[in-house]
Design a protein around this ligand. Structure first.
Ligand SMILES: Cc1cc2nc3c(=O)[nH]c(=O)nc-3n(C[C@H](O)[C@H](O)[C@H](O)COP(=O)(O)OP(=O)(O)OC[C@H]3O[C@@H](n4cnc5c(N)ncnc54)[C@H](O)[C@@H]3O)c2cc1C
Length: 547
């Protein structure tokens, strides 16, 4: 089963999030639509056909070198030649300066078509963002043009064996040596840490200076190229690649820096301010992973829908059995609701970059929800996709199993979903007025729904109204019982996602979209919100047991 990028659904969601606010003399509807249609051709016809082959062949690791799947070198070059890598990047260094909203839709296409391929550019774009925001002019001039073009890829070297969710204990070292630093240490799980698609790889590495304060305030960020400006090889190497549940064609490497005395690295930003530099791009990177959840969900949904239309059991295609229909509609509603939340986050980031402070706060609030909700949904949707296939879903041949395997990582990397939930309840929710504005937005949708409420909407109004009450009640509880917030963080994030996701589908329905889908979400999925609110308001007492 191939993939067809859902361009018209994407454009409809663009409208719902208010894409008009991004139109200028240069940017208009025709341009955005044209770009999405071109991206769709690349995703559908070039990247998607290589997905299963890459999953089967994986990557080959030998003597520190990684061989990517056959044909990927040409595929990657062709993709870069299309200008896709530099879509959101600064025109000053060769990028196209297009909105995150547009790039987010494109990232969905690359990652749905071929997730092991799509993850590479996600990392490069993240590295570009960090370098552009914090690097010196000299570093930017020397590295950004190639990274934006894609002829050099970028990586993020954060994780170490004892520093995963808790980066305060990073141990890699950096010692000043003239105009550069010498980096030593080991990093694990580094995506695209080594590959043979490009001549150079630019590693962004977190390390600690000898006299640095302990904890997060003593970490610095360095640019450490595989090939140095004079053409020689830097003192770094991939030690191995991991054998993983999914993303088989994405090399996840253990990296060794400084075997021979120290890898040459250049400071990005100020000494000891490395985590701050990383945080600048965190919202974007987290949004990119959120959209990976949407991507795998969309692909799994398309595949299950096509299978259900053809597979006959009980004298009819299984798509006509109510239980299968319920599974398929659940898949579609969760996918579309997640996409809507991601696009809301993306456009809020765009408007924040144009100076809108409130939109900046909205983006910060929505980011952990978009990340956790969309990636949890990616797993659920991919699993339902296997279910719709019956036994054939468990057999690798159909490809449904690959989606389920690939989906699992998105809830783990770029901050596990547990960490996202903690971020939401401890840092984001407590920002002055931000959640009140979120509630107002949904109340406005409820009011509009009251005005247009036809029989087609069924019980949408009642269920959405209850869901909004549950959201308000749970929010009040979390804010007035901060000591219980950590226990309720994950169910609260889900409750937030379901309510905001349904709100978005209702808004889309009222703008000429899919009323049946909004109704399904309200009648079949929103009843969970009352249960989630009960779970949150029950507090933390039942967690106080010794395991
Ligand atoms: C395929 C793959 C690709 C990756 N790519 C990269 C990459 O390119 N660069 C990079 O730097 N890293 C990368 N990572 C690492 C990834 O970001 C980490 O695995 C992730 O941050 C979690 O860290 P950990 O594995 O050490 O888990 P841990 O931090 O040990 O977490 C284990 C569990 O405990 C929970 N937990 C931890 N702390 C808390 C807390 N304070 N409160 C509540 N719960 C908590 C977590 O939610 C999780 O469920 C990758 C990992 C994989 C598997």
């Amino acid at each position: 089963m191939t993939y067809a990028a859902p361009v018209s659904a994407m454009l409809h969601t663009f409208k719902m999030v208010g894409v008009d606010a991004l139109y200028t003399e240069d940017f208009n509807e025709e341009l955005f639509q044209g770009i999405l249609e071109e991206a769709a051709k690349t995703a559908d016809n070039k990247l998607a056909p290589e997905n299963k082959k890459g999953d089967k062949s994986g990557v080959i690791f030998k003597d520190g070198n990684v061989t990517m799947p056959a044909g990927w070198k040409a595929l990657y070059k062709d993709w870069c030649d299309g200008g896709w890598n530099g879509l959101p990047a600064s025109p000053e260094y060769g990028g196209q300066g297009l909105p995150y909203l547009l790039n987010t839709a494109c990232l969905e296409m690359w990652n749905a078509a071929n997730p092991s391929f799509g993850i590479g550019p996600v990392l490069t774009q993240g590295a570009v963002e960090a370098l552009n925001a914090h690097g010196s002019e000299a570093l930017k001039t020397a590295y950004l043009p190639q990274m934006i073009e894609g002829s050099w890829t970028g990586t993020m070297n954060l994780t170490e064996p004892s520093a995963g969710s808790d980066l305060s204990v990073v141990r890699s070292k950096a010692v000043k040596a003239g105009d550069h630093y010498l980096i030593t240490g080991q990093k694990i799980f580094i995506t695209w840490g080594e590959q043979d698609l490009t001549e150079n790889i630019i590693h962004l590495v977190l390390a600690r200076l000898p006299d640095a304060p302990a904890g997060t305030k003593g970490i610095s960020l360095f640019l450490v190229p595989k090939i140095l400006p004079d053409g020689t090889r830097n003192d770094l190497r991939a030690h191995s690649v991991e054998h993983k549940l999914g993303l088989h064609a994405s090399p996840t490497c253990t990296m060794i820096f400084g075997d021979k005395g120290g890898a040459i690295g250049y400071l990005i930003g100020e000494e000891n301010r490395g985590l701050n530099c990383m945080f600048t791009m965190m919202n974007n990177a987290r949004l990119a992973v959120a959209i990976q959840g949407v991507a795998v969900a969309e692909r799994a949904y398309q595949q299950a829908l096509s299978y259900a239309r053809d597979r006959v059991q009980g004298r009819m295609a299984i798509i006509h059995h109510p239980d299968v229909k319920r599974n398929l509609l659940t898949m579609k509603a969760l996918t579309y609701a997640s996409r809507a939340l991601c696009y809301r986050t993306a456009i809020a980031l765009d408007l924040a970059h144009h100076g809108d402070k409130l939109k900046g706060q909205e983006a910060a609030l929505l980011t952990p929800v978009a990340k956790a909700f969309s990636t949890d949904n990616g797993i659920e949707v991919a699993s339902l996709g296997v279910q719709v296939h019956g036994g054939m879903g468990f057999i690798e041949e159909t490809g449904a199993a690959q989606h389920m395997r690939d989906a699992r990582i998105y809830a783990i990397y770029e901050g596990t979903n547990g960490i996202q939930a903690i971020d939401l309840v401890t840092r984001k929710l407590t920002q002055e007025g931000v959640v009140a504005r979120e509630i107002l937005r949904h109340e406005a949708v409820l009011t509009r729904l009251k005005g247009v409420n036809t029989s087609e909407y069924g019980a949408t109004l009642a269920r959405f109204s209850e869901s909004l009450d549950a959201f308000k009640e749970a929010t009040r509880h979390i804010l007035s019982h901060p000591e219980q917030a950590l226990a309720g963080a994950t169910p609260y994030t889900k409750l937030f996602g379901l309510t905001a996701g349904a709100s978005a589908l209702i808004e889309e329905a009222m703008m000429g979209g899919d009323i049946a889908l909004a109704r399904f979400m309200a009648e079949h999925l929103l009843p969970q919100t009352s249960g989630l609110s009960l779970e949150i308001t029950a507090g933390a007492a039942s967690l106080e047991v010794i395991l």
